[in-house]
Design a protein around this ligand. Structure first.
Ligand code: NDP
Length: 319
């Protein structure tokens, strides 16, 4: 086991959360759905990650990776590498379970897949509710949140939060209930730095987890619309060389210094190691200016084609 362990932050409910995690979503299948799981890559990656020092794993009901995450974590507990309380496991409620009475049973289903008694964090995956065929339903997330509060009261989730909410939706949620989300998970990367949303979260003591932290950095993820930079951008490479780090490490370090908890996904051991190795240096202000200049309010994940008709669709429609 390595000594490269991320610092922890204390959430507003008093729970402590590692400020860096591992993503486990395998991506889209090219037909508007989620990639099916066809190998045990995720299980192996999670085991390798725990050995390397990762202590926070992000999954979701809809990723179909909960079983693999659970097997890996339980193996590492059984073999004495970690104790249950040393790892922070996040999963998410899918959109077709937004009715208040569906929330706790859905979490119980995830816990059965994970083979765990509790998760550290349970997130509402989207403010949008859908039927199981993915068409828009309009259950209000205010109702869903009451189910989330029950999950916390039952001890099935230590902390609760939301993903993909905009400022108005967060405000409405906060005003509707005594329990403020402890965490907001949204897309944050060089092209989408989310300054306003981060500011709002800071004012309300909500921790921000950043998904898709690499955005369009890798050519495999970039489209013809994606703004620069790519991973081989000469200015970025030069910057990274000055620190003896790689461009992906510089990007993750930048997000960490913005106060965001990055959750990069990889199933490759060398990359898992590379991505975690960002806690032994600090970026200079002038270098952060360059990194800030890539912020173009460009979203990698918008799901506009699926759900833009929902009254709870959270993102700008004209972008
Ligand atoms: P990431 O930005 O984490 O990028 C993942 C891609 O980058 C993979 O193709 C991976 O390939 C590759 N990669 C990782 N590290 C490196 C490296 N050092 N060098 C080169 N390539 C690398 O994208 P994700 O969309 O997966 O986001 C991260 C996580 O955030 C998800 O896995 C999921 O857990 C969460 N998420 C949450 C959402 C939500 O709505 N709440 C939405 C989207 C994501 P390989 O595996 O082959 O290494």
């Amino acid at each position: 086991p390595s000594t490269n362990v991320a610092p922890t932050i204390t959430l507003k409910d008093g729970i402590s959360m590692p400020a860096f995690g591992l993503g486990t979503w395998l991506g889209f299948d090219g037909k508007g759905g989620v990639q099916m799981v066809t190998s045990d890559d995720v299980e192996k990656a999670v085991e390798a990650a725990v050995d390397l020092g990762y202590r926070h794993i992000d999954t979701a009901y809809i990723y179909f990776t909960e079983e693999q995450v659970g097997r890996a974590v339980n193996n590492k507990i059984k073999s004495g590498v970690v104790k249950r309380e040393d790892v922070f496991i996040t999963t998410k409620l899918w959109n077709d379970k937004h009715a208040r009475q569906d929330v706790v049973p859905s979490l119980r289903e995830s816990l059965a897949k994970l083979n765990l008694e509790y998760v550290d964090l349970y997130l509402v995956h989207w403010p949008i509710s859908t039927y199981s065929n993915n068409t828009v339903n309009e259950i209000d997330y205010i109702e869903t949140w009451q189910g989330m509060i029950e999950a916390k009261k039952l001890g099935l989730a230590r902390s609760i939060g939301v993903c993909n909410f905009n400022i108005q939706q967060l405000e409405r949620l906060i005003n509707s209930s005594d329990v403020t989300p402890a965490v907001l998970q949204v897309e944050v990367n060089l092209n989408l730095q989310q300054e306003k949303l981060r500011q709002f979260a800071r004012e309300h003591g909500i921790a921000v987890m950043g998904y898709t932290p690499f955005g369009s950095l890798f050519p495999s993820k970039a489209t013809s619309q994606s703004p620069p930079p790519r991973v081989d951008d000469p200015e970025l490479v030069k910057l990274a060389d000055r620190y003896g780090k790689t461009v992906p490490q510089i990007v993750l370090r930048y997000l960490f210094e913005l106060g965001v908890v990055p959750i990069p996904k990889s199933v490759k051991k060398e990359r898992l190691k590379e991505n975690l190795d960002i806690f032994d240096f600090e970026l200079k202000p002038e270098d952060k200016d360059l990194l800030k200049s890539y912020d173009k309010n460009y979203r990698t994940i918008d799901l506009k084609s699926l759900w833009s008709t929902s009254k709870f669709y959270p993102f700008e429609l004209d972008a």
